[in-house]
Design a protein. Structure first.
Length: 261
């Protein structure tokens, strides 16, 4: 079932459609940092071209969260702090071929830093995520993604999204150890983040769109798995067919989800 946005699934702590943030009182067409409460609290995430700021820093293992203006804000829909919520801005096309199966490529040029698409699906709880992973057979496709955000005090927010049954075009994105997209948690109305994919470099028309399932943008580690060998032995790893020179050989897998609780 197609859905451009997250939907609430089994065990979800928060409803992704619930409005949880206050809005700004800006009456101008686009918010300004000297007067907008949203920008003052969370900073400017986009530049004049609606590209994500600080795009050069995405070669680490994390991305800075983004907060956009929301339905409670008085600014117009043309506000430059409203990007991901506008939806797809480029023509994308699914294709099938090779050992990776379905994939997604762009039909037009995408500049570095621009929003491409969301990875939307069912927002589920940890117990349900573990149940779904444990029930999978070796040949089954795994679309489930676990996003971990570290906050003050050493705490961590985990969001589990599975587009296997309900999702959008993002589910057809393949993995690459040297991707051209990176994922950023973007919050608009709800505390549940939209999983937004941005261009990490200029992407030419016809290129396949890919991101690193582990959350990195550039594969800066050696040819080794993120997990310890003892953890890897607990699951049957799926081979990676990205073809990158620094390919790790296997698709990333978060063993902690299987072992939690």
């Amino acid at each position: 079932q197609y859905s451009p946005e997250h939907v609430s699934g089994p065990g979800a702590d928060q409803d992704p459609s619930e409005i949880t943030y206050l809005g700004c009182d800006c009456v101008s067409t686009s918010c300004r940092p000297d007067s907008c409460s949203c920008l003052q609290h969370h900073g400017e995430s986009y530049d004049e071209n609606l590209s994500l700021r600080d795009c050069e820093g995405k070669e680490t293992d994390f991305s800075r969260p983004v907060f956009e203006c929301n339905v409670m804000c008085k600014c117009s829909e043309a506000c430059k702090n409203r990007v991901v919520q506008r939806g797809l801005g480029y023509r994308l096309q699914m294709f099938k071929g090779g050992p990776k199966g379905w994939g997604l490529h762009t039909l037009e040029f995408i500049p570095k830093g621009r929003f491409v698409c969301q990875y939307a699906g069912e927002v589920i709880g940890l117990a349900e995520a573990r149940r779904r992973l444990q029930s999978q057979k070796p040949g089954d496709m795994n679309y489930l993604i676990a996003v971990k955000e570290h906050i003050d005090g050493g705490k961590m927010i985990e969001t589990f999204v599975d587009p296997a049954l309900v999702g959008n075009v993002g589910r057809f994105l393949n993995h690459s150890c040297q991707p051209n997209l990176f994922m950023v948690p973007v919050r608009v109305n709800s505390v549940v983040p939209k999983l937004a994919l941005f261009a990490g470099r200029d992407i030419l028309a016809g290129e396949e769109l890919m991101y690193d399932y582990s959350g990195r943008y550039k594969n800066v580690t050696e040819k080794a798995s993120v997990q310890e060998t003892t953890d890897i032995d607990l699951v049957e790893r799926k081979p990676c067919y990205c073809g990158a020179e620094s390919c790790c050989g296997f698709l990333p897998f978060d063993v902690s989800v299987m072992n939690s609780g």
